[in-house]
Design a protein around this ligand. Structure first.
Ligand SMILES: Cc1cc2nc3c(=O)[nH]c(=O)nc-3n(C[C@H](O)[C@H](O)[C@H](O)COP(=O)(O)OP(=O)(O)OC[C@H]3O[C@@H](n4cnc5c(N)ncnc54)[C@H](O)[C@@H]3O)c2cc1C
Length: 422
């Protein structure tokens, strides 16, 4: 059984396709999310359907597989049963790939006020918030209030924060400026806060500086060595007593292992991840594997980053190990091959570090576009994303500027009114 249809889970079931095993894939969503483009949903460039794909459609060609929509709530290791919110499911082998969630590090006032960018729902909520703030500002006479409404504070100078800051700046300067001529663009601020001394700390210093310069040139205020210690209504408090007024706070500064980790009773690594042995098996339970963002996999004394390449490589390795174990052979230790990393800062600007090769500016951007286009899961999405990118590039337009709120029967409201919903 495979739990989680993200990058690790989906890769595992694909690697087991056509093999003499019966696979059950469990996920709490009926779709797989292509996370690298979530920030483009949040910044009104792409529709959700271009970054999320129905799981059943993706796995339809695999004949030895069943999909179950359920939230895993725990694992009964002794009875080899996955507990879910529907009912328990028994397993012979279990691959846990439930990923990670936004980590607010228990900072006072942050949860419930700050927007995350981890799931599709987060991206939609953020898109609504940005558009709503401009609509509110259009009604506002008071300049101080308007400035607060139009200040967007992004916390976390890693790739997600950098990419979102660049995309938000383009949305505001190229599109919303024209949509809202009465809202003074000079009242808009995008702040990018980072606790460390530089943006993109995983990249070499030259690329970090290139990203900072590019963002600054696009009107993003990059605030380094600023640590958030508390959040209140429309403001952030920083270490040292500084206070920043911001109508919207977006938190991209950390992730923690998904809640399922707690139910395993295993030793934990960074961010509550589950420590596994060199073969990715749970210590004491050779039938249980943990992969992707959920796993703490250590190589040469360092925990592997929570990124797509480790998740997919671990998944392929685990599928191979399950087949080996079934054939009576032992599981082999996992070795990670680092393919490099890249980030985009918006139009004509990206950074890439692949082995000894370093790229920034236009070449880095083209490489980012090409690589991500190839990675998008379905051919239809590739085509639509390419069209949207071309449209945006040529016409400086972000077409998906819809304020949409999901609505439907509300059983709770009906109950309060004393009516029964059929
Ligand atoms: C905005 C953003 C941008 C990113 N950009 C990049 C990038 O450009 N390059 C890169 O390498 N990495 C990027 N990452 C990191 C990358 O997304 C993760 O490392 C990768 O998704 C990990 O894969 P995974 O399979 O472990 O988890 P995920 O892909 O997160 O999949 C977890 C799956 O488990 C399901 N699940 C969770 N809990 C339960 C439960 N209790 N029961 C049932 N199902 C459950 C979820 O619905 C999900 O389908 C980005 C992440 C974010 C948030």
């Amino acid at each position: 059984m495979v739990v989680g249809a993200g990058f690790a889970g989906l890769t595992t079931v694909r690697a087991l396709s056509g093999k003499p095993v019966e696979v059950v894939l469990v996920d709490r969503h009926n779709f797989h999310t292509f996370t690298p483009l979530l920030y483009q949903v949040a910044s009104a460039l792409l529709d959700p359907a271009e970054v999320a794909h129905p799981i059943r459609g993706l796995v339809r060609p695999l004949h030895n597989l069943e999909v179950r929509l359920a939230t895993a709530t725990g694992v009964d290791l002794a009875r080899r049963r996955l507990e879910t919110d529907v009912r328990p499911i028994s397993y012979d082998f279990l691959v846990l790939a439930t990923g990670s969630a936004t980590n607010f590090f228990g900072i006072e006032g942050l949860a419930g006020r700050a927007f995350g960018l981890k799931e599709l729902e987060d991206a939609l909520a953020l898109r609504n918030q940005v558009l709503r703030q401009f609509e509110r500002a259009a009604w506002t006479e008071d300049q101080g209030r308007r400035r607060r409404l139009l200040t967007f504070a992004i916390v976390g100078g890693g790739p997600t924060g950098v990419e979102l800051a660049g995309a938000l700046s383009e949305l505001i300067r190229n599109v919303l400026r024209k949509d809202f001529p009465s809202v003074y663009i000079r009242d808009t601020r995008i702040l990018l806060l980072e606790a460390g001394p530089s943006l993109l700390p995983a990249f070499v210093p030259g690329l970090r500086e290139s990203a900072r310069r590019t963002l600054a040139g696009r009107g993003v205020e990059v605030l380094l060595e600023r640590k958030v210690v508390a959040a209140g209504d429309e403001h952030l408090e920083l270490e040292g007593g500084e206070r920043l007024e911001a109508g919207t706070v977006i938190w991209t500064a950390g992730v923690r292992a998904s809640d399922l980790a707690a139910s395993l009773g295993a030793e934990r690594g960074r961010g509550g991840t589950v420590k596994v042995g060199p073969t990715l098996q749970l210590p004491g339970h050779p039938e249980v594997f943990v992969v992707g963002d959920l796993a703490a996999v250590t190589q040469q004394g360092l925990q592997l980053p929570q990124l797509i390449p480790p998740a997919m490589q671990e998944a392929r390795h685990v599928a191979g190990s399950i087949l080996r174990l079934l054939a009576g052979e032992p599981a082999q230790p996992f070795r990670y091959a680092d393919p490099g990393m890249m980030a985009t800062i918006g139009r004509n600007a990206g950074v890439a570090e692949i082995g000894p090769i370093r790229m920034s500016g236009f070449p880095g951007w083209v490489l980012w576009l090409g690589f991500h286009l190839l990675q998008i899961v379905t051919f239809r999405s590739k085509l639509i994303v390419l069209l949207n990118w071309a449209w945006n590039y040529l016409f400086y337009d972000r077409p998906v500027r819809l304020l949409v709120r999901a609505a439907g029967p509300d059983p709770e409201a009906a109950r309060k009114r004393g009516r029964k919903l059929n």
